[in-house]
Ligand binder design. Sequence first.
Ligand SMILES: Cc1cc2nc3c(=O)[nH]c(=O)nc-3n(C[C@H](O)[C@H](O)[C@H](O)COP(=O)(O)OP(=O)(O)OC[C@H]3O[C@@H](n4cnc5c(N)ncnc54)[C@H](O)[C@@H]3O)c2cc1C
Length: 290
Amino acid sequence: MKNPPFTYHRPEALADALSLLARYGDDAKVLAGGQSLLPVMALRLGRPDHVIDIGRIAEFSKLVAGPGGTTIGALVRHAEAERSADIAAYAPLVAAAAPYIGHRAIRTRGTLVGSVAHADPAAEMPAVCLALGATMVAASLDSTRAIAAADFFEGYLTTALEPNEILTEIRLPAWPADAGGTVVEISRRHADYALLGLACTAEVRDGSISSAALSFFGAGSTPVRISEAEAALVGQAPGEVAFAAAAEIVSDQLEPLSDIHGTSNYRKHIAGVLTRRGLAEATATIGAYA
Ligand SMILES: Cc1cc2nc3c(=O)[nH]c(=O)nc-3n(C[C@H](O)[C@H](O)[C@H](O)COP(=O)(O)OP(=O)(O)OC[C@H]3O[C@@H](n4cnc5c(N)ncnc54)[C@H](O)[C@@H]3O)c2cc1C
């Protein structure tokens, strides 16, 4: 299908992009990689009169990953993160998620920040951000604010971003030396959105789990953490007994939706399976990064 008509803007600087957004607000959409926006427009699920292409804003290419934490600018593509040795060492959950995101061609254009702004509940990167306690940085003409991942995802394709704001970057905290992490998912075919998936981290100190994050995608209208299962892991020795107990809580508490791809009960079951699998993989990777 062809896109409906719209006015195309290609500002060279952030201030110009923000001025355009201030002027057109609800009638405008930011274009990053276009891998979600263009299908949405072609299917007439969204019909902005103005499209503001941020592809020429140089500062958005920033990608810094090191012992102090990770900053991902609004134009960093999934493929760049997938190839980056620094991301593999200092943001390994991002590296683990990248290969699951669509096909290589989609990852070559699509951006991490665009994926977070789009907020598809079945997407990997929003769940990764929620697991890691990421901070989203949003700029408007008047101000810049930081939004915690826990407050950012409000519903299906809905975030805390205002119509006059651009998400300029995502900040991830430093990766702890004694943490491991992984992304596991079930999908019908490789590169499909997941039926259900898990972004998972675990920290182990002196032989017992000191913290864990279990962040599910494809499980509702937003990514969701199951804090009771995370808390139950703390103080336990990493192993099948602790992982199975956490899995039971997850299957009990998660309330996934049914759709044509799978029932809620099926998703609850695979959430338990992925919890055991994810925690085993996460704890096996501790110390294997930087
Ligand atoms: C066939 C196919 C399969 C896919 N499979 C997966 C998958 O398995 N997992 C997955 O996670 N994704 C998948 N995707 C989506 C892909 O990852 C997109 O790249 C991503 O969701 C959006 O990134 P983008 O840069 O293309 O954003 P765009 O399409 O340009 O924008 C998406 C939305 O975010 C807004 N936006 C973008 N950047 C900003 C910003 N900086 N500030 C404010 N708003 C912004 C736009 O206005 C728009 O509403 C798939 C896409 C396709 C076409």
